[in-house]
Design a protein around this ligand. Structure first.
Ligand code: NDP
Length: 307
């Protein structure tokens, strides 16, 4: 079985940055990118808040640049998803979906998070045909049309504001009578005349004509059921960390996010470190993920030196 000093799982900003640092520290890291090389950022187009790019930068060249930077220092970057893990003892044993087995002295988990859906059958039926969890990816298709965004957090407000710049009308479907979002984001929403908030509403069903979304059926807290005509239905109700394959061994919180020790990237298993959105429900930014990837590689390097 192949043996490595440092195995990194995840091909987003956290994983690639960990690979840059680990390869420069001569740990000869192997990185498996998972199903979405580049990570969640690839669902956006232009990234305007990554430092060092005064005019903004497109997600693909940004992520590709991180990957090439890691490869330049010798990181071995591979396609593949983890199917099984045995973290009961070192070296850790990891099985990749193509059947490859690999033993690792240290492991960095940077598997990120994926968007949450409501779980309605009608929502699943129209996914990709009017139902989307990424306004910046799909908003373009709804120019001058009517859409709704579900959720009342910062993501929902950000997505609604973005869509309001493209669409004729944007509804926000909010299940309470307040927004969870920061005051600054709420103000941005209020400043857009074509955003209307539907308070105290839950989605009962996504409506469609068999081919595409045509509307949504809502249930208001007072018991009223009503339909709203729509062309697009966007989810912005949070994310789900990708930790299932490690959860037998690694401590997670109630939401499934990996618990790390203080300001370090250490998990409850000695030699296993976590970086990026998989351990961060709060900040979820490319730059914070990259920074935590750096921390995880430094922690892994220190750990391997001590052993
Ligand atoms: P949040 O968990 O903050 O918000 C989720 C929203 O979705 C809440 O309004 C919640 O309602 C609602 N919701 C959850 N489940 C359902 C459901 N089943 N039906 C209807 N509504 C539902 O997630 P976000 O993705 O918005 O943000 C995550 C983190 O990222 C936050 O810390 C946020 O501040 C940060 N962030 C920061 C940004 C920025 O600063 N620019 C941009 C985006 C995110 P309820 O309030 O009732 O629970």
């Amino acid at each position: 079985m192949e043996k490595v000093k440092c195995l990194i799982i995840g091909g987003g900003p956290a994983g690639y940055t960990a690979a840059i640092y680990a390869s420069r520290a001569s740990l000869s890291p192997v990185l498996y990118e998972g199903m979405e090389p580049g990570g969640q950022l690839m669902t956006t187009t232009v990234v305007e808040n990554y430092p060092g790019f005064p005019e903004g930068v497109e997600a693909f060249p940004l992520m590709d640049g991180m990957k090439k930077q890691a490869a330049r220092f010798g990181a071995d970057i591979r396609r593949g998803t983890v199917a099984e893990t045995d973290l009961s003892a070192r070296p850790f044993r990891v099985k990749i979906d193509n059947g490859t087995g690999i033993e690792a002295e240290s492991l960095i988990i940077a598997t990120g998070a994926t968007a949450r859906y409501l779980g309605l059958p009608s929502e699943a039926e129209y996914r990709g045909r009017g139902v989307s969890a990424c306004a910046t990816c799909d908003g373009f298709f709804y120019r001058k049309k009517t859409v709704a965004v579900v959720g009342g957090g910062d993501t929902a407000c950000e997505e609604a504001t973005y869509l309001a710049g493209l669409c004729k009308k944007v509804y926000m479907i909010v299940r309470r009578d307040v927004l969870r979002a920061s005051v600054a984001m709420q103000e941005k929403v209020r400043a857009m005349e074509n955003i209307e908030i539907l308070w105290n509403c839950n989605t009962q069903e996504v409506l469609g004509d068999g081919e595409k979304v045509t509307g949504v059926r809502l249930l208001r807290k007072d018991g009223t059921v009503f339909d709203v005509e729509l062309d697009g239905f966007f989810l912005a109700i949070g994310h789900h960390p990708v930790t299932e394959v490690f959860s037998r061994w690694i401590e997670t919180d109630a939401e499934g996010y990996i618990v790390t020790d203080g300001k370090s990237s250490r998990t409850n298993v000695e030699g296993v470190f976590a970086a990026g959105d998989v351990q961060d429900p709060r900040y979820r930014q490319a730059v914070t993920a990259a920074a935590s990837g750096c921390k995880a590689a430094l922690d892994a390097e220190r750990f391997l030196k001590q052993k």
